[in-house]
Design a protein around this ligand. Sequence first.
Ligand code: ZN
Length: 145
Amino acid sequence: MRIAHHHLELDTGSGISLNDITPQLRGLVARSGIANGTLIVTSRHTTTALTINENETRLLEDVRDFFSRLVPADAKYLHNDIHLRDCPPDEPENAHAHIVAMLLGSSEVVPVVDGELDLGTWQSVMLVELDGPRTRTVNVQLMGI
Ligand code: ZN
């Protein structure tokens, strides 16, 4: 049994952006020497999420529009009363980003089979930025033989 751990860093786009990290994950699997096992990705942030879906430009625009309508950034949120919280004064008003992150979840698991990520043809692993642009870190853990 072998275990490998990596921090994947990426710069995200403004507002909501979906960032395909599948090529980087495939590279880590290839260099790990692990042929069969499990890849776990977790976000290290409270205003990002991880999802597996199709990386298609118009769909990603639909997703941005949908979440913007579902949880509008300019609605009233207690978290955005920065002056009532114990936090730095430059804290962003980002309650909407936290809420969408909770809906989507912060981790994904992908089987590694014969040295490859066992994803469907149209599946990509994407970091969903909900309060960008920022530099973000994704945990990647590979376990297997
Ligand atoms: Zn916040």
